[in-house]
Design a protein. Structure first.
Length: 189
């Protein structure tokens, strides 16, 4: 009887997790993409999480990207994973960007333990992970709405490095905000 009750409790926890997930992500793609400042988004997320003594270094470019309003959840998932799995020696999270003719890349890095080579291939699969297995999968889905791509490019043992590739027309610098600001194909202002 005890074994049966334990199985029921386990199933109940799984169902509760799935319902919480559905409530949290029910608005993906529902609202119109909006211009969002990456540094401001990361600051809001860091204020919500127990950052301990971890220092966050912000991007010098202070750019904005056109993304689903759930962009904040993408950075929440990245920072929360760093806090949970980066290890006790992790001291830093860094946001940086590099601009080129093909678009822009935003790098999210920490100096934690990194991700094993075996896990890298499965990071964005639905159900993969130690908790719900939804976070990184849905982060990728949120970004793809405006053509943004994400992949993990770090070296195991040297911290995580998520490369977020932003196509032309979906990013801008503050000085380009007036009427000439680029707009993604198929997205109106």
């Amino acid at each position: 009887m005890t074994e049966f009750i334990d199985k029921e409790r386990s199933i109940t926890r799984i169902i509760e997790g799935q319902l919480a997930f559905m409530r949290e992500y029910q608005d993906i793609g529902i609202k119109k993409p909006a211009w969002q400042n990456i540094n401001e988004t990361v600051r809001r997320v860091a204020a919500m999480l127990p950052m301990r003594s971890i220092v966050v270094q912000y991007d010098k470019n202070d750019m904005e990207i056109l993304a689903d309003p759930l962009l904040e959840k993408v950075f929440y998932n990245l920072i929360e994973d760093s806090l949970n799995y980066g290890g006790d020696a992790m001291t830093m999270i860094r946001i940086s960007s590099e601009i080129s003719g093909q678009g822009c890349r935003v790098m999210y890095e920490d100096n934690g333990v990194g991700i094993s080579a075996g896990d890298k291939d499965h990071l964005f699969e639905l159900g993969f992970g130690k908790h719900t297995g939804f976070g990184l999968h849905l982060s990728r889905e949120i970004l793809q709405i405006t053509g943004i791509r994400i992949q993990e490019t770090g070296n195991p043992g040297s911290g995580v490095q998520f490369e977020i590739r932003i196509p032309p027309g979906v990013w801008r610098l503050p000085r380009s905000i007036p009427d000439q600001a680029p707009v993604a194909p198929g997205v109106s202002r």
